[in-house]
Design a protein around this ligand. Structure first.
Ligand SMILES: NC(=O)c1ccc[n+]([C@@H]2O[C@H](COP(=O)([O-])OP(=O)(O)OC[C@H]3O[C@@H](n4cnc5c(N)ncnc54)[C@H](OP(=O)(O)O)[C@@H]3O)[C@@H](O)[C@H]2O)c1
Length: 306
Protein backbone atom coordinates (compact mmCIF):
# COMPACT_ATOMS: atom_id res chain seq x y z
CA UNK A 1 0.00 0.00 0.00
CA UNK A 2 1.42 3.43 -0.87
CA UNK A 3 1.68 6.24 1.70
CA UNK A 4 -1.87 6.88 2.92
CA UNK A 5 -3.65 10.21 3.14
CA UNK A 6 -4.43 11.28 6.72
CA UNK A 7 -7.80 12.82 7.46
CA UNK A 8 -7.18 15.94 9.53
CA UNK A 9 -9.42 17.11 12.39
CA UNK A 10 -10.94 19.76 10.08
CA UNK A 11 -12.04 17.09 7.60
CA UNK A 12 -9.39 17.77 4.94
CA UNK A 13 -6.99 15.15 3.71
CA UNK A 14 -3.17 15.31 3.90
CA UNK A 15 -0.69 13.06 2.06
CA UNK A 16 1.42 11.46 4.77
CA UNK A 17 4.82 11.95 3.12
CA UNK A 18 6.10 15.42 2.26
CA UNK A 19 9.17 16.70 0.46
CA UNK A 20 11.07 19.69 1.83
CA UNK A 21 14.40 21.09 0.76
CA UNK A 22 17.60 21.54 2.67
CA UNK A 23 17.58 25.23 1.91
CA UNK A 24 20.91 26.15 3.48
CA UNK A 25 22.86 24.21 0.89
CA UNK A 26 23.09 25.36 -2.70
CA UNK A 27 19.93 27.37 -3.49
CA UNK A 28 20.39 26.53 -7.20
CA UNK A 29 19.51 22.89 -6.55
CA UNK A 30 16.09 23.70 -5.08
CA UNK A 31 14.19 24.05 -8.34
CA UNK A 32 15.56 20.92 -10.09
CA UNK A 33 15.25 18.87 -6.88
CA UNK A 34 11.63 19.90 -6.29
CA UNK A 35 10.80 19.07 -9.93
CA UNK A 36 12.43 15.63 -9.45
CA UNK A 37 10.49 15.13 -6.21
CA UNK A 38 7.15 16.01 -7.84
CA UNK A 39 7.89 13.75 -10.80
CA UNK A 40 8.82 10.95 -8.38
CA UNK A 41 5.30 11.26 -6.94
CA UNK A 42 5.75 13.47 -3.92
CA UNK A 43 2.49 15.38 -3.95
CA UNK A 44 2.98 17.07 -0.57
CA UNK A 45 5.56 19.89 -0.59
CA UNK A 46 6.87 21.52 2.58
CA UNK A 47 8.38 24.98 2.67
CA UNK A 48 8.45 28.01 5.01
CA UNK A 49 8.70 31.78 5.04
CA UNK A 50 12.05 31.35 6.82
CA UNK A 51 13.47 29.03 4.15
CA UNK A 52 13.34 31.83 1.56
CA UNK A 53 12.60 29.26 -1.14
CA UNK A 54 8.83 29.59 -1.72
CA UNK A 55 9.40 31.36 -5.08
CA UNK A 56 11.67 28.51 -6.19
CA UNK A 57 8.99 25.97 -5.22
CA UNK A 58 6.53 28.01 -7.34
CA UNK A 59 8.82 27.87 -10.38
CA UNK A 60 9.41 24.13 -9.87
CA UNK A 61 5.65 23.45 -9.66
CA UNK A 62 5.11 25.35 -12.95
CA UNK A 63 7.82 23.34 -14.71
CA UNK A 64 6.75 19.97 -13.27
CA UNK A 65 4.36 17.42 -14.72
CA UNK A 66 1.69 18.19 -12.08
CA UNK A 67 -0.55 21.18 -11.60
CA UNK A 68 -1.38 23.02 -8.38
CA UNK A 69 -4.63 21.12 -7.92
CA UNK A 70 -2.75 17.79 -7.79
CA UNK A 71 -0.42 19.01 -5.05
CA UNK A 72 -0.64 19.64 -1.31
CA UNK A 73 1.39 22.64 -0.12
CA UNK A 74 2.53 23.34 3.45
CA UNK A 75 4.23 26.57 4.38
CA UNK A 76 5.01 28.24 7.71
CA UNK A 77 5.08 31.58 9.47
CA UNK A 78 8.73 31.83 10.54
CA UNK A 79 9.53 35.45 11.31
CA UNK A 80 8.37 37.19 14.48
CA UNK A 81 8.97 40.59 12.83
CA UNK A 82 6.10 39.93 10.41
CA UNK A 83 2.38 39.74 11.19
CA UNK A 84 0.88 36.31 10.48
CA UNK A 85 -1.75 37.61 8.03
CA UNK A 86 0.82 39.70 6.11
CA UNK A 87 3.30 36.82 6.11
CA UNK A 88 0.68 34.40 4.80
CA UNK A 89 -0.36 36.85 2.04
CA UNK A 90 3.31 37.18 1.08
CA UNK A 91 3.76 33.39 1.04
CA UNK A 92 0.75 33.07 -1.29
CA UNK A 93 2.36 35.66 -3.62
CA UNK A 94 5.74 33.88 -3.49
CA UNK A 95 4.15 30.49 -4.11
CA UNK A 96 1.85 32.00 -6.80
CA UNK A 97 -1.23 30.30 -5.34
CA UNK A 98 -4.56 31.56 -3.97
CA UNK A 99 -4.51 29.17 -1.04
CA UNK A 100 -2.10 26.79 0.65
CA UNK A 101 -3.25 23.50 2.15
CA UNK A 102 -1.54 23.79 5.52
CA UNK A 103 -0.13 26.84 7.31
CA UNK A 104 2.00 26.30 10.43
CA UNK A 105 3.53 28.42 13.18
CA UNK A 106 7.16 27.41 12.59
CA UNK A 107 8.11 27.34 16.25
CA UNK A 108 6.71 28.27 19.61
CA UNK A 109 9.39 30.95 20.24
CA UNK A 110 7.81 33.15 17.56
CA UNK A 111 4.78 33.65 19.81
CA UNK A 112 6.68 35.07 22.79
CA UNK A 113 4.30 35.21 25.75
CA UNK A 114 1.23 35.31 23.56
CA UNK A 115 0.42 31.91 22.08
CA UNK A 116 -3.32 32.72 22.26
CA UNK A 117 -3.06 36.00 20.31
CA UNK A 118 -0.88 34.51 17.60
CA UNK A 119 -3.15 31.50 17.25
CA UNK A 120 -6.10 33.87 16.81
CA UNK A 121 -4.22 35.35 13.78
CA UNK A 122 -3.78 31.79 12.45
CA UNK A 123 -7.53 31.22 12.82
CA UNK A 124 -8.05 34.46 10.87
CA UNK A 125 -5.95 33.30 7.89
CA UNK A 126 -7.98 30.09 7.79
CA UNK A 127 -11.25 32.06 7.94
CA UNK A 128 -9.99 34.31 5.12
CA UNK A 129 -9.46 31.18 3.00
CA UNK A 130 -5.69 31.65 2.69
CA UNK A 131 -5.21 28.09 3.93
CA UNK A 132 -7.37 24.98 4.26
CA UNK A 133 -5.78 23.88 7.53
CA UNK A 134 -3.73 25.44 10.29
CA UNK A 135 -1.25 23.89 12.65
CA UNK A 136 1.95 24.28 14.60
CA UNK A 137 5.52 23.06 14.56
CA UNK A 138 7.96 22.41 17.40
CA UNK A 139 5.24 22.87 20.06
CA UNK A 140 5.79 20.85 23.23
CA UNK A 141 3.05 19.47 25.45
CA UNK A 142 2.86 22.58 27.62
CA UNK A 143 2.67 24.93 24.57
CA UNK A 144 -0.08 22.84 23.00
CA UNK A 145 -2.12 22.75 26.20
CA UNK A 146 -1.82 26.56 26.48
CA UNK A 147 -3.00 26.93 22.89
CA UNK A 148 -5.86 24.48 23.19
CA UNK A 149 -7.14 26.13 26.36
CA UNK A 150 -8.08 29.25 24.38
CA UNK A 151 -8.49 28.25 20.72
CA UNK A 152 -11.62 28.08 18.58
CA UNK A 153 -9.91 25.84 16.01
CA UNK A 154 -7.74 22.97 17.26
CA UNK A 155 -4.43 22.73 15.30
CA UNK A 156 -4.59 20.04 12.62
CA UNK A 157 -0.88 19.17 12.70
CA UNK A 158 2.17 19.44 14.95
CA UNK A 159 5.39 19.08 12.93
CA UNK A 160 8.16 17.97 15.31
CA UNK A 161 11.59 16.43 15.24
CA UNK A 162 11.04 12.74 15.78
CA UNK A 163 13.13 9.61 15.48
CA UNK A 164 13.54 6.52 17.68
CA UNK A 165 16.10 8.37 19.83
CA UNK A 166 13.50 10.94 20.93
CA UNK A 167 10.46 8.69 20.77
CA UNK A 168 10.25 7.66 24.44
CA UNK A 169 10.43 11.27 25.66
CA UNK A 170 7.90 12.39 23.04
CA UNK A 171 5.26 9.76 23.92
CA UNK A 172 3.22 12.10 26.20
CA UNK A 173 3.14 14.76 23.44
CA UNK A 174 2.26 12.20 20.75
CA UNK A 175 -0.52 10.73 22.91
CA UNK A 176 -1.92 14.19 23.68
CA UNK A 177 -1.89 15.00 19.94
CA UNK A 178 -3.72 11.75 19.21
CA UNK A 179 -6.32 12.55 21.88
CA UNK A 180 -6.97 15.97 20.28
CA UNK A 181 -6.94 14.63 16.71
CA UNK A 182 -3.69 16.48 15.89
CA UNK A 183 -1.53 14.70 13.31
CA UNK A 184 2.12 14.46 14.30
CA UNK A 185 4.43 15.04 11.35
CA UNK A 186 8.05 13.90 11.86
CA UNK A 187 10.91 15.94 10.46
CA UNK A 188 14.60 14.97 10.49
CA UNK A 189 13.56 11.37 11.19
CA UNK A 190 16.65 10.11 9.35
CA UNK A 191 19.15 11.83 11.67
CA UNK A 192 20.27 8.54 13.31
CA UNK A 193 21.37 7.23 9.89
CA UNK A 194 23.19 10.45 9.02
CA UNK A 195 24.81 11.22 12.34
CA UNK A 196 25.25 7.83 13.98
CA UNK A 197 25.60 5.30 11.16
CA UNK A 198 27.21 2.71 13.48
CA UNK A 199 24.90 3.37 16.43
CA UNK A 200 22.22 1.01 17.82
CA UNK A 201 19.37 2.54 15.77
CA UNK A 202 21.23 2.32 12.43
CA UNK A 203 22.35 -1.25 13.15
CA UNK A 204 18.79 -2.33 14.00
CA UNK A 205 17.41 -0.64 10.87
CA UNK A 206 20.05 -2.35 8.73
CA UNK A 207 19.24 -5.76 10.24
CA UNK A 208 15.49 -5.35 9.71
CA UNK A 209 16.08 -3.90 6.23
CA UNK A 210 18.16 -6.94 5.23
CA UNK A 211 15.29 -9.27 6.23
CA UNK A 212 12.75 -7.25 4.27
CA UNK A 213 14.93 -6.29 1.33
CA UNK A 214 14.49 -2.64 2.27
CA UNK A 215 16.88 0.26 2.76
CA UNK A 216 17.43 1.40 6.38
CA UNK A 217 15.82 4.79 5.63
CA UNK A 218 12.74 2.96 4.32
CA UNK A 219 12.52 0.97 7.56
CA UNK A 220 12.81 4.18 9.58
CA UNK A 221 10.04 5.83 7.59
CA UNK A 222 7.86 2.73 7.96
CA UNK A 223 8.47 2.97 11.73
CA UNK A 224 7.22 6.61 11.71
CA UNK A 225 4.12 5.52 9.82
CA UNK A 226 3.57 2.62 12.22
CA UNK A 227 3.59 5.19 15.04
CA UNK A 228 0.77 7.03 13.25
CA UNK A 229 3.02 9.90 12.14
CA UNK A 230 3.37 11.63 8.78
CA UNK A 231 6.92 12.26 7.52
CA UNK A 232 8.59 15.29 5.98
CA UNK A 233 11.89 14.41 4.38
CA UNK A 234 14.37 15.50 1.76
CA UNK A 235 16.95 14.26 -0.72
CA UNK A 236 18.96 15.49 -3.69
CA UNK A 237 18.97 12.03 -5.24
CA UNK A 238 16.21 10.77 -7.49
CA UNK A 239 16.89 7.13 -6.55
CA UNK A 240 16.46 7.99 -2.88
CA UNK A 241 13.28 9.99 -3.54
CA UNK A 242 11.87 6.86 -5.21
CA UNK A 243 12.99 4.74 -2.29
CA UNK A 244 11.22 7.10 0.15
CA UNK A 245 7.99 6.81 -1.82
CA UNK A 246 8.31 3.01 -1.91
CA UNK A 247 8.80 2.99 1.88
CA UNK A 248 5.01 3.26 2.08
CA UNK A 249 4.94 -0.43 1.14
CA UNK A 250 7.34 -1.61 3.86
CA UNK A 251 5.44 -3.48 6.56
CA UNK A 252 6.95 -3.90 10.00
CA UNK A 253 5.98 -6.54 12.53
CA UNK A 254 5.35 -5.63 16.16
CA UNK A 255 8.74 -7.29 16.95
CA UNK A 256 10.47 -4.99 14.42
CA UNK A 257 8.83 -1.93 15.98
CA UNK A 258 9.76 -3.05 19.49
CA UNK A 259 13.38 -3.64 18.38
CA UNK A 260 13.58 -0.11 16.91
CA UNK A 261 12.02 1.40 20.07
CA UNK A 262 14.56 -0.50 22.18
CA UNK A 263 17.46 0.70 19.99
CA UNK A 264 16.11 4.25 20.37
CA UNK A 265 16.17 3.93 24.17
CA UNK A 266 19.74 2.59 24.00
CA UNK A 267 20.81 5.52 21.82
CA UNK A 268 19.13 8.00 24.17
CA UNK A 269 20.73 6.35 27.22
CA UNK A 270 24.15 6.46 25.54
CA UNK A 271 23.71 10.14 24.56
CA UNK A 272 22.51 11.09 28.07
CA UNK A 273 25.38 9.21 29.70
CA UNK A 274 27.88 10.99 27.45
CA UNK A 275 26.24 14.34 28.22
CA UNK A 276 26.45 13.62 31.95
CA UNK A 277 30.11 12.52 31.64
CA UNK A 278 30.95 15.72 29.72
CA UNK A 279 29.15 17.91 32.30
CA UNK A 280 30.85 16.07 35.20
CA UNK A 281 34.30 16.39 33.62
CA UNK A 282 33.64 20.11 32.95
CA UNK A 283 32.71 20.57 36.64
CA UNK A 284 35.74 18.56 37.73
CA UNK A 285 38.07 20.67 35.55
CA UNK A 286 36.50 23.91 36.90
CA UNK A 287 36.87 22.64 40.50
CA UNK A 288 40.48 21.73 39.74
CA UNK A 289 41.02 25.23 38.34
CA UNK A 290 39.57 26.86 41.46
CA UNK A 291 41.71 24.61 43.67
CA UNK A 292 44.86 25.50 41.65
CA UNK A 293 44.14 29.26 41.90
CA UNK A 294 43.57 28.99 45.69
CA UNK A 295 46.74 26.99 46.11
CA UNK A 296 48.71 29.55 44.06
CA UNK A 297 47.23 32.43 46.08
CA UNK A 298 48.04 30.79 49.40
CA UNK A 299 51.60 30.11 48.15
CA UNK A 300 51.99 33.76 47.13
CA UNK A 301 50.68 34.94 50.52
CA UNK A 302 53.09 32.63 52.33
CA UNK A 303 56.03 33.87 50.22
CA UNK A 304 54.94 37.49 50.86
CA UNK A 305 54.72 36.92 54.63
CA UNK A 306 58.16 35.31 54.83
N1 LIG B 1 9.55 22.46 11.22
C1 LIG B 1 10.84 22.51 11.40
O1 LIG B 1 11.35 23.19 12.34
C2 LIG B 1 11.73 21.73 10.49
C3 LIG B 1 13.08 21.52 10.85
C4 LIG B 1 13.88 20.76 10.00
C5 LIG B 1 13.35 20.26 8.82
N2 LIG B 1 12.05 20.52 8.47
C6 LIG B 1 11.49 20.05 7.18
O2 LIG B 1 11.84 18.71 7.00
C7 LIG B 1 12.53 18.58 5.76
C8 LIG B 1 13.48 17.42 5.85
O3 LIG B 1 14.43 17.63 6.88
P1 LIG B 1 15.72 16.73 6.99
O4 LIG B 1 16.59 16.97 5.81
O5 LIG B 1 16.32 16.91 8.33
O6 LIG B 1 15.06 15.28 6.82
P2 LIG B 1 15.55 13.79 6.89
O7 LIG B 1 14.52 12.98 6.20
O8 LIG B 1 15.89 13.43 8.29
O9 LIG B 1 16.92 13.74 6.09
C9 LIG B 1 17.06 13.80 4.70
C10 LIG B 1 18.55 13.61 4.41
O10 LIG B 1 18.94 12.31 4.84
C11 LIG B 1 19.89 11.79 3.93
N3 LIG B 1 19.76 10.33 3.97
C12 LIG B 1 18.72 9.55 3.59
N4 LIG B 1 18.97 8.25 3.81
C13 LIG B 1 20.21 8.19 4.35
C14 LIG B 1 21.05 7.11 4.79
N5 LIG B 1 20.66 5.83 4.71
N6 LIG B 1 22.26 7.43 5.27
C15 LIG B 1 22.68 8.71 5.37
N7 LIG B 1 21.93 9.78 4.97
C16 LIG B 1 20.71 9.51 4.46
C17 LIG B 1 19.51 12.39 2.59
O11 LIG B 1 20.67 12.51 1.83
P3 LIG B 1 20.67 12.59 0.19
O12 LIG B 1 20.31 14.00 -0.16
O13 LIG B 1 22.09 12.25 -0.14
O14 LIG B 1 19.69 11.57 -0.28
C18 LIG B 1 18.93 13.75 2.97
O15 LIG B 1 19.97 14.72 2.91
C19 LIG B 1 13.19 19.94 5.53
O16 LIG B 1 13.52 20.16 4.19
C20 LIG B 1 12.05 20.85 6.01
O17 LIG B 1 11.08 20.98 4.99
C21 LIG B 1 11.23 21.21 9.31
Amino acid sequence: MPWPHFTLNDGSSMPSIAYGHIYWVNQETIEPDVIKAIETDFIHLDTAQGYYDEDRFARAIKKSNKSRKDLYITTKWSRADTDIKDACENSLRQLEVDQVDLYLIHNRGLCGNDIEGHWARMELVKKLGYTKSIGVSNFNLHDLKTLIASCSIVPAVNQIQLDPHFYAEQIPLIEYCREKGIVVEAYSALIPLREDPDGPISKTLQRIGKDKNAEPEQVLMAWCLAKGCAVVTSSHQESRMKSYIQAGDVKLSSEDIEAIDKAGKQAAFRANTMKLARATSRRFISALGVFAVCWLLSLMIRVYLL
